[in-house]
Design a protein around this ligand. Structure first.
Ligand SMILES: Cc1ncc(C[n+]2csc(CCOP(=O)(O)OP(=O)(O)O)c2C)c(N)n1
Ligand code: SF4
Ligand SMILES: [Mg+2]
Length: 302
């Protein structure tokens, strides 16, 4: 039986058959028909399945928003917290158990507006986690106010004379912060999104994928066609390891570059710097502590 959540218009829904990260029973997905989030979910399900990750070792983390509902639609562990606050728990989960694959998901408002401060400090720490930002250039869940990525001139029920602030460019921001894997994709291109998601998840260190996602209900300007018309693939021979050139590429807008724009292995992940993993790689829950060890550590506070 075809699951109720399979989008019959998608040519790739067949790859989801027997995907362990999908649910056996139909689930209710509270996204509008035609929302770009459905395609991103398909890509994520396929990426997780093809990476052959164990379901028990995958944790999805999010805040609030349409994109932030994603963890509830994937059959793995999840933590859903406050708006903009997905990255701190994601960092903590990975720090407590480095054996887990930790994926944070959020909208452009969630991750760049309310959570912008956390994004900056997460980039400084470089935890081995992945972040997918659904960039629909709008606040979808709260019905169409401007997001930090909204293009100038966009009229909304709040920005009645049009947005006049400079839009935030998550790819350029990430490269300026030396985030170790930075990519952008068109979410409706499910195959390509899946491939880039696989690379981002496999990368050691903080990885960010900016995913263009049309919001068909509240952003009638930045439609699927608009994203197609305003993007281009990186030229062949492009070298993503050159940070200065990557930044120069990242600041190109309308059209925006698509692909892996920056990738480096020069930074040690956050967990690798923690003293608790210096003598043992075992996650904290597997460690036994004797009373005298605990007393020894507590004596530091005498
Ligand atoms: C601290 C706080 N501020 C505001 C809100 C209201 N709020 C909930 S979701 C949201 C915007 C979501 O937009 P985005 O993160 O871009 O996600 P989308 O719905 O577009 O996927 C806002 C403003 C909130 N829940 N908490
Ligand atoms: S409001 Fe927009 S972002 Fe939210 S589910 Fe509908 S189309 Fe998607
Ligand atoms: Mg949004």
């Amino acid at each position: 039986m075809k699951p109720r959540n399979a989008d019959p218009r998608s040519e790739v829904h067949d790859i989801m058959a027997k995907n362990q990260f999908d649910f056996d029973q139909p689930i209710d997905i509270a996204w509008c028909p035609g929302c770009g989030d459905h395609a991103i979910r398909k890509a994520l399900l396929a990426a997780l399945d093809e990476l052959k990750l164990s379901r028990e070792k995958v944790v999805l983390v999010s805040g609030i928003g349409q994109a932030a509902k994603m963890p509830q639609y994937i059959n793995a562990s999840f933590f859903n917290g406050l708006h903009g606050r997905g990255l701190p728990p994601a960092t903590a989960i990975k720090a407590c158990n480095p054996e887990l694959t930790v994926i944070a998901v959020g909208g452009d408002g969630d991750m760049l507006g309310e959570g912008g401060n956390h994004l900056i400090h997460c980039a400084r720490r470089n935890p081995d986690i992945t972040l997918f930002i659904h960039e629909n250039m709008i606040y979808g869940l709260t019905k169409g106010q401007a997001a930090p990525t909204s293009r100038p001139g966009l009229i909304t029920p709040v920005q009645v004379e049009g947005v006049f602030e400079n839009p935030l460019n998550p790819v350029a921001l990430a490269i300026s912060l030396d985030v170790t894997f930075v990519a952008r994709v068109l979410g409706n291109d499910v195959e390509r999104t899946k491939e880039i998601m696989k690379r981002a998840i496999s990368h050691k260190g903080f990885s960010i994928v900016d995913i263009f996602q049309p919001c068909v209900s509240f952003n009638k300007t930045n439609t699927f066609q608009w994203f197609k018309d305003n993007t281009f693939e990186l030229p062949s021979g492009y070298d993503p390891s050159d940070r200065a050139k990557a930044f120069a590429m990242a600041i190109k807008e309308e059209p925006f570059p698509l692909g892996v724009i920056y990738e480096t292995a020069t930074r040690k992940p956050f967990e690798g710097n923690l003293r608790i993993y210096r003598n043992s790689k075992a996650p904290l829950y597997r460690r036994e502590r004797t009373m005298s060890e605990i007393e020894g550590e507590l004596s530091a506070f005498d």
